[in-house]
Design a protein around this ligand. Structure first.
Ligand SMILES: O=C(O)CCC(=O)C(=O)O
Ligand SMILES: [Fe+2]
Length: 377
């Protein structure tokens, strides 16, 4: 399924001129990601789950990245959410900052690009975002407690915007539940047991805009730095090229949009649940210097669910590699250093956490960089 690098020199990416060698990637022609047809699942065919499970499982076990076709989310809703993102991000900064995420303790609203990471401007992630999530009531104990990614969404003052973005969230969330059923089937675990863990999850939708700029593409100047996602899996809508993912051979390959498809990647939780059978894969967006829109929905669990290898995968080796963690704590420990306002709140003691914030994600894998042009083979 994965061709890996071609034996002759691989075609290098459309990454900008002068990009650092480690920002390059193989193109899709050289190393394609699988496309999984979700049609039978979405149509609710009696054996739909079983039919789709094998293909999803194979993709989840190899690189952990794949496209899904016939996903059932209407194309006009897909276009509407991209248009809503363009509408919001096209407005004046003074308007957008009215909903700065730093006004909340559950990370909702607008994230300007200079908020990305605690090292700005030594390291620049050229993206800004609108962040929303599963709608929880204001009296939810995790909202009252603060810093638990749980609570009511905030909405910009744009007529119809909330309705569009909520409808997209709900459609992709419903698709995620069906995909989780398939993955449970494929692993031979109880789908109901997994579904019980997503009744009020910390599942965020980000409306990302990559900011045009004239800076080079380097390890420190990126669209979004290399990372794995922290939840079960991510369903990603991309408007244009720029995403690079690590394939089964730990090489960076490009994942440009395929019309009508979403990109899906396995996240840290499914890797831990499956004792490493599924791969939570590194990915990044290089600094292409041009405007780019994308909308990832990170399908996560209720904050307090303890994640560890599921019972049938619970060997001593798996438990050593994947010690138990709370789903929400993992999200928080990865998120705190990602946003400057959170990092500051943590350092100043305004945010108190009863777990460590490590320097890097325990799920991190290093890529092999592509060989310099002409030297492959
Ligand atoms: O914009 C993209 O294509 C990827 C975004 C991403 O990886 C993320 O937000 O976690
Ligand atoms: Fe990601």
């Amino acid at each position: 399924m994965h061709d890996g690098p071609a034996s002759d020199a691989p075609a290098l990416s459309a990454t900008p001129e002068g990009a650092d060698p480690d920002q390059r990637a193989l193109t899709l022609d050289d190393a394609a990601l699988p496309v999984v047809d979700l049609g039978p699942l979405v149509a609710g065919e009696p054996d739909g789950v079983a039919k789709v499970a094998a293909a999803l499982g194979e993709a989840a076990r190899s690189s952990g990245f794949f496209y899904v076709a016939n996903h059932g989310v209407p194309q006009d809703l897909v276009e509407a959410v991209l248009a809503a993102s363009q509408d919001f991000h096209g407005r004046a900064r003074a308007f957008k900052m009215r909903w700065w995420s730093g006004f909340t303790t559950h990370h909702r609203g607008y994230v300007p690009f200079e908020e990305n990471g605690a090292d700005f401007p030594k390291k620049i992630n050229f993206n800004e975002a609108w962040d929303m999530g599963f709608e929880a009531p204001a009296d939810h104990p995790d909202h009252v407690a603060g810093w638990r990614m749980t609570g009511p969404n905030v909405w910009p003052d744009i007529p119809g915007w909330r309705e569009t973005v909520s409808a997209y969230y709900e459609a992709v969330f419903a698709l995620s539940l069906k995909m989780m059923d398939c993955l449970a089937w494929e692993l031979g675990v109880d789908a109901e047991e997994l579904r019980a863990k997503v009744t009020c999850p910390t599942s965020q939708l980000r409306l990302l805009r990559y900011v045009p700029n004239d800076m080079p593409a380097t390890r420190d100047v990126v669209g979004i730095a290399s990372h794995s996602d922290f939840e079960c899996f991510t369903i990603l809508l991309t408007g244009s090229a720029g995403l690079q993912v690590m394939n089964a051979d730990d090489m960076w390959i490009e994942a440009p949009p395929i019309p009508g498809c979403f990109v899906v990647n396995i996240g840290d939780i499914f890797e831990a649940w499956s004792g490493g059978r599924y791969k939570s894969t590194q990915h990044r967006v290089v600094n292409i210097g041009r405007e780019r829109f994308s909308c990832p929905l990170f399908f996560g669990l209720n904050y307090h669910e303890v994640v560890q290898p599921l019972e049938k995968f619970r060997t001593p080796e798996a438990m050593e590699k994947y010690p138990p963690f709370k789903a929400g704590d993992h999200l928080m420990r990865m998120t705190v250093p990602s946003f400057r306002y959170m990092d500051e709140a943590y350092r100043k003691g305004d945010m108190r956490l009863d777990f460590e914030v490590p320097d890097s994600n325990p799920f991190k894998r290093e890529a092999k960089t592509p060989p310099p042009e002409g030297e492959a083979g």
